[in-house]
Write a protein that binds this ligand. Sequence first.
Ligand SMILES: [Zn+2]
Length: 476
Amino acid sequence: MSYKVYVRNDYRPEIRWCPDQPWYHRNLNWIICLVFASLASVYLLIEQSESDNSTHAPLANESAMAQVDYSLTTSARTETLVANDQSKLEKWQTITVQTGENLSIIFDRLHLSPAVLYQVVSLGESTASLQRLTPGEQIQFRLDEGKLQALKYEPSLTTTLLVTAEDNKFRSETITTELETRVKESTGVIQDSLYQAGLDAGLSDNLIMRLINIYGWDIDFALDIRKGDHFKIIYEEQFKHGLKVGDRSILVTEFNNQGKKFRAVRYTSTDGQTGYYNEDGYSMRKAFLRTPLKFNRISSGFSLSRKHPILNRMRAHKGVDYAAPSGTPVKATGDGNVVEIGRSGGYGNMIVLRHAGIYNTVYAHLLGFAKSLKRGQHVEQGDIIGYVGKTGLATGPHLHYEFRVNGVHQNPLTVTLPKALKIPAQQMPHFHQQTSSLLAQLDHNQQTDFAAVDNHDKNELVLALDEAKNSSSPVR
Ligand SMILES: [Zn+2]
């Protein structure tokens, strides 16, 4: 205790000379200085080794973070930038665009001045995409002491806009990322619905709909599907930095419906037209849809003599009545031109389309017509031309549909519809050359495919496109 007082009162060594005290008391100041110096150097050493660690351990951490960042949103260029700029990494923040928000509101939200906003949007065409933000999109900001250092935004799946601050100015660059395409094969067996079987096989909603569209002319997916029907589909998936971002095209597919086999292969002709064809080169898309709408039931069939429900006398019914809720969209059953559109007595609001010179289709009792549809206009198969109503002589909402060949009424439900278009003979060698290996892929391992449908690994089978192309035993 005594030396404490001593130290406090006597910090100047030259006047502290007390020969009756032990050496360590006399030199206490020096000893304390030495202890402090040693402590300080030990501390510095620890500090040094810690900062060494921080350039290694957190960097590993960081590259993992940067990689997540990279795979989700940014390009290789940005990854390097983020990884090198570790001191600022924590300052990236992601802003999700809310309904009604624009860049100005977002800048305001981040307390960034209108002057900074002006500088960013004045960078020209490259930052124009920032002025067309839609809700749900994300922008990443890096702020340092409230100042904008960098901004990242992906206007599309393949482009990243990067704005960076440099010497009180901003500069922008657009980085393009190529998507990787992988070919995948899936099989499924229907238990209750194609939709469920598709989901079980790992297909997206979108892909299931496209599958239905391909076969839509041959199979009625509401009525014709049976338990045990099975399908195989080979399609392309798109990946960005190893993460799946979407589906691309269905390349080839087979559908086994009640023992009947349908196949479709994607083919792009020499003049650039792409479509789905069967093995013989017939388009999967037929000249006419069998029905022009999604209906509840057929309320009246084609008959040359029936009692009219309103007129209450015998009269031929030269069409089919499809009962459906008022407002149900009505589609053109084939490509053609509008030859009549308007009010027509008992038919009410009616449209007549002419196809290929010899076919007419009639759509009657419509609530209304598709916007801006005019006489003489060309329509494509599947285009919505009007809406179900009960105009004219009708007891309830329904579509009266007629099919005339050379002016003669035919039963739309049974008429032999014209065959689908076939690839011209001179194009067939090109068709076979382009499609034979894909079609052969359907035969590949077919036995085991359906024997082992529960084996989910099968669905994970990823085929290289080249493999598909080099496959042996082409069909034909
Ligand atoms: Zn009718």
